[in-house]
Every structure is written in C-alpha cells, then in structure tokens.
Design a protein around this ligand. Structure first.
Ligand code: FAD
Ligand code: UDP
Length: 380
C-alpha cells in the first residue's frame, strides 16, 4: 500500500508524517521545487543571514494540537511580532490602535476619538475597518476615513489589485482596528519562528523510514485526472493521492484559470546591525512595494555588522509565475467551486492546502487540516 503526496509544503509534509505514523504504508512525496517547506522555505544568504525566500513567515496559533505537533520537530524562537505602517514617513503601529491614534491625531483629538471608540465598541475590542466605516458618529467617521485611506486602501490595491470592499470581508478583518494599546500584530498565545528555520523543521517531518521524497518532479507529468479516474504514468491509479498543488493546473485549466497574486522579492544586504525598528514595515501609502522585511528581527539571528531585507511587490500571477495568494472574492470562489465539483467525483483524490483548497490559510490551519486529512485517509 502506498500514499502519494503532491507538494512538500507544510500541508504535504504534515500529512505525509501523519500517514507514516498512523499506518504501515509507504508514503511518496513529489515536489517540483528543488527544496522542501513550500512557501515557508528559508536558507542563509551569501552574507550568512537566514532569509525567508517566499516572504516573511511567523508561526502563530491558538491551536494547541497544531503547535504541539510541530513542537515535536522544533524548538521555537519566541517572537511577539510587531508591524509598523510607514505613512508618509511616520511609523504607526499596525493593527491601528490607540497608540497609533495618538501619534496620528495628537493627544487632544485622539482622546475624543478614543472615547467614541470605547462607547461604540467597548474597551479591548477589535473592529474590522469595514465595520468602522459604517458608523455615523462624527469622530468615528473621521477616524475611519483616516485609517481606511492611510492604512488599508493603497496597501490593498497594491496587494490585491482590488479595493478593500471588493474582497471577502474576512480577508480585511485579518488586520482590525484595536480599541486598546496592544501593539502586537497577532493575539495568538503561541507565536514564533522555528529555532533552526522552517526548512529544518519540515525536513525533520519528512525524516521517516517509510517517507520517500522526490524533488524536482512535477506531478502533472505523472498524474492526470480524466473524469472520475486518476492515472499515474498512463495507468489507472487507485491509491490515495493527497494533492496540495493548484487545482486548475491539475485539471488543465479546463474551466478557465483561477486567479492568484504572485510576488516579486528584491533582496538587499546592508553593512549595518539593523535596518528598521521592527521585522516588518508596511508601506501603506507610498512606494510600489507593499512591505519591507528585515529577517534578523524575525529569526533573532545574532550577526553583527550585516543585515538583509526584502522588498515585496505584488502583481497578477501569470502562467509561468508562482501562485502565492488565492484571491478571496466571490468570482474566484464560484470558479473554484465548479472545479471542486468535478474533482470530488474522483474517490481517491484528496485536495489539501492553500492552493488545492484555494483558501487564504495560515500555516496553523494548514497543519490542522493536514492532520485531520491524514487521519481520515488512514481509515479509508
Ligand atoms: P505551499 O507552501 O504553497 O506548498 C505547496 C507545495 O506544492 C510547493 O512547494 C509547490 O512547489 C508544490 N507543488 C505544487 N504543484 C505541484 C506539482 N504539480 N508537482 C509537485 N509539487 C507541486 N502563514 C502563516 O502562518 N504566517 C505567516 O507569517 C505567513 N506569511 C506568509 C507570507 C507570504 C508572502 C505568503 C505567500 C504566505 C504566508 N503564509 C503565512 C501562508 C503560508 O505560506 C501557507 O499557509 C503555507 O505555506 C501553505 O502550505 P501548503 O503546503 O498548503 O502550500
Ligand atoms: N492590510 C492593509 N494594510 C496593512 C495591513 C494589512 O491594507 O497595513 C490588508 C491588506 O489587504 C492585506 C490584508 O489586510 O492583504 C491582510 O493582511 P495580512 O498582514 O494578514 O497579510 P499577509 O501577511 O497574509 O500578506
């Protein structure tokens, strides 16, 4: 008995491990990149700085099971992730909170707005910008207009090519307005970066005598989905296949392309201890890039006299580009649902992960789904 897993990202590595531990089957993982860890892949650059090659990744979760599972394979560098927005040169904490409010408006005016916020929503609450924009109170209207214009509108246009209200409200609610002074980007009780990096973490997950990893293999050269039947090297394949790649690609784009955003990164190494005050600075009004990440501030790496940053540019994903972000809007959801109806006719195809499920998932959700999918597949 063999399970096939397509993709060695967080989803593929987690499900492979779960299957290897809960069955006595062989598990073969096919990955088309030359490395494991998917988009969390990290490696030292020429200057010795550990960099995240596909954008900054901070593990954060409320999910004790996902955290405990990964913690079997890594220690953590504990991080309380902080982000600043560069608003015409002024650095404001994001999520926009009462500290940001005072910096933006001055204490006197901020005090009036703060009172209005507390009266409307309560102390310590987290309010979606799209909800804040609905309020009629004059102080809140002015505040919402400022935050929308200076924190959300331009950044969202750069990131998605869409205005905030054209996206699934859940995507915008990922970064709320906070009626409090907590400047942490996340609230999750577990936050950090794997002490030796994500590549080391996912390499350890795959280190099992019955897991076989083949890199530089595009599964589409071996698997084909024809109606209800998957073929492997042109023969019908009855073994379970857990697919974590893009569904439209697997199905030959026959219902049209699912839209994605891709990213271009510009890495720069500077001869200085530190480049910016926190790990990530979002450029919410100026510049063509969305954000600058300084990796040493995420990983805690001690390396004096040198630091590496990455500028991140988002654009529509073409056929040859890496799909990074599924687009969370109604049109894309409808097209995905049509693909999904077709794919679900195949009884041994299991779709898992950010690409295959076409969902804007974080690592912890992926790990949780992969553990669940592994358990279900093991008892089929
Ligand atoms: P992926 O990581 O995309 O892995 C899929 C793998 O499948 C890839 O290696 C790909 O090469 C391979 N593959 C695809 N098709 C084929 C094929 N046909 N044959 C063989 N192999 C194939 N999450 C967080 O929790 N915290 C963060 O801070 C965070 N930051 C992010 C920043 C950016 C810029 C991005 C893009 C995402 C971020 N995420 C973050 C989300 C995180 O990257 C995903 O949740 C996670 O990588 C999803 O894992 P996955 O295995 O589903 O997909
Ligand atoms: N966002 C924004 N300004 C910010 C931070 C976030 O407009 O300063 C919006 C933007 O649309 C972004 C979304 O909120 O894509 C989610 O932000 P998050 O930081 O979760 O994005 P990710 O880290 O997944 O790229």
């Amino acid at each position: 008995m063999r399970y096939w897993v397509v993709g060695a990202g967080p989803a593929g590595c987690t499900v492979a491990r779960e299957l290897a531990e809960s069955t006595d089957a062989e598990v073969t993982v096919l990955e088309r990149r030359p490395h494991v860890a998917g988009n969390t892949y990290d490696a030292p650059d020429a200057a010795g700085v550990m960099t995240h090659r596909y954008g900054p990744h901070i593990f954060h979760t409320y999910d004790q099971e996902a955290y405990a599972f990964l913690s079997r394979f890594t220690a953590w560098y504990p991080l309380r992730h902080r982000v600043l927005a560069n608003v015409h040169g002024k650095l404001l904490p994001v999520p926009f909170n009462l500290v940001s409010l005072r910096m933006a408006f001055g204490n006197l005016k901020a005090a009036r707005m703060e009172r209005a916020l507390r009266d409307a929503f309560g102390d310590g609450t987290r309010v979606a910008i799209l909800d804040l924009r609905e309020r009629e109170e004059p102080e809140l209207r002015e505040l919402a207009a400022y935050v929308y214009e200076n924190i959300f509108r331009t950044y969202t246009l750069k990131q998605w090519g869409l205005a905030p209200d054209a996206l699934d409200p859940a995507a915008m609610a990922r970064v709320p307005v906070v009626v409090g002074e907590d400047c942490g980007y996340f609230q999750d009780p577990y936050q950090g970066v794997p002490a030796d990096g994500y590549t080391a973490l996912f390499t350890r997950l795959l280190d099992h005598p019955r897991i076989h990893v083949e890199l530089n293999v595009d599964a589409r050269e071996r698997f084909r989905l024809e109606g209800e039947t998957l073929t492997l090297d042109d023969e019908p394949c009855r073994e379970p296949v857990i697919y974590t790649g893009a569904l439209d690609e697997l199905m030959g784009f026959r219902l049209g392309q699912l839209p994605y955003r891709t990213l271009d990164f510009t890495f720069e190494t500077h001869p200085t201890d530190g480049y910016q005050p926190v790990g990530v600075v979002n450029y919410t009004v100026d510049e063509a890039f969305t954000r600058i990440t300084e990796f040493k501030k995420l990983t805690g790496q001690k390396l004096p006299g040198v630091t590496t940053i990455a500028k991140e540019y988002s654009r529509a994903c073409g056929a040859q580009d890496t799909p990074f972000y599924p687009i969370p809007d109604e049109k894309s959801a409808a097209r995905y649902a049509a693909y999904r109806r077709e794919a679900d006719r195949c009884p041994n195809l299991i779709l898992l992960g950010r690409l295959a499920e076409y969902r804007y998932y974080n690592i912890d959700t992926i790990v949780s789904h992969a553990l669940e999918a592994g358990r279900l597949a093991a008892y089929r």
